[in-house]
Design a protein around this ligand. Structure first.
Ligand SMILES: [Zn+2]
Length: 221
């Protein structure tokens, strides 16, 4: 009799133990989620077929806009670069990085921007100046950049002489946030870097592409 009771008690003990563990597990998950919300930690988007499909439609549409922009302007490369948090240094100072998200190229041109990921913005103060300036649209001519500029070396290795760029703003958490920029690169423009650049003639096309791509970026889930 004693043995039976002991067995029964052990059986129930295991069941109660498992239930308690389950409750603690579920509770822990919720507490962690609430804590993340309170602390403002990044919400991780759930990886579902629905969001993946919706975002792939966005990606197709953005690529279409870039292809059209590249074809109309005969640029060597058309791309979208996004700014993002690069992490924190040892003193807790936050730094910004840039990554190319989309790139299309002219037939025969090499895809160079696709390798431009996690680039530290502090290496490219010329880009930071332009992104924080008063104009949405800007030109970068290799000939006008100072000799020591990393941007000059970066563009020369790509064979680029002139760029036309347009900022992208998105609305996030109730304010306009600088998302990044669209760029079109030319390898064949001869520009002395003084006065106006020949790529200015593509102003209307890059403005139109920026509008279309901004609409698509807002659709992401
Ligand atoms: Zn130029």
């Amino acid at each position: 009799m004693d043995g039976q009771i002991k067995e029964l008690a052990e059986g129930w003990g295991a069941v109660i133990g498992a239930v308690l563990l389950g409750i603690v597990g579920v509770f822990y998950k919720h507490v962690r989620r609430w804590a993340n919300k309170w602390l403002g930690a990044n919400d991780v988007a759930p990886f579902t077929q629905g969001t993946l499909r919706a975002n792939s439609q966005v990606d197709f549409a953005i690529r279409e806009s870039l292809i059209r922009l590249q074809e109309r302007t005969k640029a060597d490369r058309a791309y979208v670069v996004a700014l993002h948090n690069g992490g924190y240094d040892a003193s807790g100072f936050k730094f910004t990085k840039m990554s190319c998200r989309y790139e299309v190229v002219k037939l025969g041109a090499s895809r160079e921007m696709q390798n431009s990921i996690d680039m530290s913005l502090s290496e490219y103060p010329e880009i930071a100046e332009k992104l924080t300036g008063s104009d949405d649209v800007t030109t970068v001519c290799v000939a006008s950049l100072s000799k020591g500029a990393v941007l000059k070396q970066f563009l020369m290795t790509q064979g680029v002489t002139c760029i036309l760029g347009h900022r992208i703003f998105l609305r996030a958490k109730g304010m306009d946030v600088l998302y990044g920029f669209i760029g079109i690169s030319f390898c064949d423009k001869q520009c002395d870097g003084e006065g106006t650049c020949a790529v200015d003639e593509h102003l209307a096309q890059i403005q139109e592409a920026t509008e279309l791509i901004t609409i698509q970026l807002k659709k992401r889930k």
